[in-house]
Design a protein around this ligand. Structure first.
Ligand code: SF4
Ligand code: SF4
Ligand code: SF4
Length: 178
């Protein structure tokens, strides 16, 4: 049931529901620790889907968690960007391209509009633009796949780092014992 619920959430991982992403919110709903109307990106349509899945009455969005906004994408002012890579670290779906000290660009077709890249930018060069009819936001499933792939990559990087540190310690210990 948690997975089914997670699959109908918007997958922006924005945290507006007060949980650390869509799956934790789905878990909290199932465990009775959160209400069904805490996801602003999903809005009333999303609440209706949750209510139907759980066979409960829908209710209006609780705007204490935020307002439902039109779908939008992030845009980077490349003239101002200093290439600090902080937005890349913040983006849950790897929708930003760039390297240290080079300007960065948003892959518009991958951007879920979560706004998580805005606050970390030290030069305020990221703004949100409402999607026009010529562009469409990535589907929930696609965003979830991108997010899951990123999490798996980060988990692997953490394991590799631990292993590197362990080997370094072993080498150091063996040098000291010689
Ligand atoms: S999209 Fe909705 S469920 Fe997912 S983190 Fe944002 S507010 Fe929470
Ligand atoms: S580019 Fe910004 S707004 Fe778009 S998905 Fe990434 S963090 Fe969210
Ligand atoms: S956080 Fe801002 S300045 Fe830093 S790389 Fe991203 S867009 Fe450029």
């Amino acid at each position: 049931m948690i997975e089914a619920l997670n699959n109908i959430l918007p997958q922006t991982q924005c945290g507006q529901c007060s949980f650390k992403g869509c799956r934790p919110y789905a878990e909290a709903i199932i465990e009775g620790e959160a209400d069904i109307n805490q996801c602003p990106p999903g809005g009333d349509l999303g609440i209706a889907k949750i209510a139907k899945l759980l066979s409960v009455q829908p209710k209006p969005l609780n705007t204490q968690f935020g307002e439902h906004k039109p779908k939008s994408v992030a845009l980077i002012d490349e003239e101002v960007c200093i290439g600090c890579v902080k937005c890349i670290a913040a983006c849950p779906v790897d929708a930003i391209l760039g390297a240290a000290k080079f300007m960065h660009t948003v892959i518009v077709s991958e951007c879920t509009g979560c706004e998580l890249c805005i606050a970390p930018c030290p030069v305020d060069c990221i703004t949100m633009q409402i999607l026009d009819d010529s562009l469409s936001a990535p589907s929930n499933l696609h965003a979830k796949q991108r997010y899951d792939a990123r999490q798996q990559r980060k988990d692997k990087e953490a394991v590799d780092k631990t292993e590197r540190l362990r080997k370094q310690k072993e080498r150091l210990a063996s040098t000291q014992n010689q």
